[in-house]
Design a protein around this ligand. Structure first.
Ligand SMILES: Nc1nc2c(ncn2[C@@H]2O[C@H](COP(=O)(O)OP(=O)(O)O)[C@@H](O)[C@H]2O)c(=O)[nH]1
Ligand SMILES: [Mg+2]
Length: 222
C-alpha cells in the first residue's frame, strides 16, 4: 500500500509492469528513463540472475515535488518466465497500480492469456485485486500485429487499450500517465489523498505532467 509520510510530507507509490516474457516491459522502463528529465529520476536498475534464488527485476525511481508535497514513484518490472514466479509475487506485493504489457504478435496471444491469469491469481494472493490495471498492447509496429478489435480485453469488453511501440518510445508516456492517474484515483478513495495532501486529482495530474513530461496525444481505444 502507498506510503504517506506526513512528517516528511512525502507520498511513495509502487507501480509494476507485468506481462508475458519478452512483451516489452523492460523496454517501457528504458523509454520512460530516457524521456523523464534526469532531475526527476534515479538510475534504472536491472537485476539479473540466472535462477530465481535472488530477485530479478528492473526498478526506475521517479520523483517530483509540488509546493505542498513530494512524490516518489518506484516503477518495477517483473520477469515473465514461469520459473520466476517467486520474484513476481514479491515484486507485485503492495503494488498500488499495474500495467499489463501484452504482446501484439499473433503467436503470443496464448502467452498473454497465461500471464493475465497469473496476474489475477497473484493480485488475489496479495489481497490487492482492486488495484487499477492498465492494459497496453505493445509492438504495434509489427506488420502482423493483432488488429485492435481482435485484441483480448480479458473478460471486460469495455476495458480500454493503450497502444505502444516501446522500442521507439511511442505510447510509453501515455501509458505511464494513465497508470499514475488511475492509481491516484484508486488511492484517493481509500486514503482521501486529496484532502490529506491538499492537492486534488486534477492538480496532481498537472504537477505530474509539468515535472515528468507532457503527454503526447494518447491513443486510447475505448
Ligand atoms: N518490434 C518490437 N519489438 C519490441 C518492442 N518492444 C520491445 N521489443 C523487443 O522485444 C524483446 C523483449 O523486450 P524486453 O523489453 O526485454 O521485454 P520484457 O521481457 O517484457 O522485459 C526485445 O528484443 C525488444 O527489442 C516493440 O515495440 N516492437
Ligand atoms: Mg524484462
Amino acid at each position: 500500500m502507498a506510503l504517506v509520510d506526513f512528517a516528511e510530507r512525502q507520498l511513495t507509490l509502487k507501480l509494476v509492469y507485468y506481462g508475458p516474457p519478452l512483451s516489452g516491459k523492460t523496454s517501457n522502463l528504458r523509454a520512460l528513463h530516457d524521456k523523464v528529465d534526469k532531475l526527476n529520476r534515479g538510475r534504472l536498475m536491472a537485476l539479473d540472475t540466472r535462477d530465481d534464488r535472488t530477485l530479478f527485476f528492473d526498478l526506475l525511481p521517479i520523483f517530483f515535488r509540488t509546493s505542498s508535497f513530494s512524490f516518489r514513484i518506484k516503477v518495477y518490472t517483473v520477469p515473465g518466465q514461469p520459473v520466476h514466479e517467486a520474484t513476481r509475487k514479491v515484486v507485485l506485493a503492495g503494488a498500488d497500480g499495474v500495467v499489463f504489457v501484452a504482446d501484439s504478435s499473433p503467436d503470443q496471444q496464448d502467452a498473454n492469456r497465461i500471464a493475465w491469469q497469473n496476474l489475477i491469481a497473484n493480485l488475489r494472493a496479495s489481497a490487492i485485486e482492486r488495484v487499477p490495471v492498465v492494459l497496453q498492447y505493445n509492438k504495434r509496429d509489427l506488420s502482423n500485429r493483432v488488429p485492435l478489435e481482435d485484441c483480448d480485453r480479458f473478460g471486460d469488453p469495455l476495458r480500454p487499450i493503450l497502444e505502444a511501440t516501446a522500442r521507439s518510445g511511442e505510447g510509453v508516456i501515455p501509458t505511464f500517465f494513465e497508470l499514475v492517474g488511475s492509481t491516484w484515483d484508486y488511492l484517493d478513495k481509500d486514503l482521501q489523498l486529496s484532502t490529506k495532501l491538499g492537492i486534488d486529482s486534477a492538480a496532481f495530474r498537472v504537477a505530474l505532467a509539468e515535472h515528468v513530461g507532457v503527454v503526447p496525444n494518447a491513443t486510447i481505444a475505448r
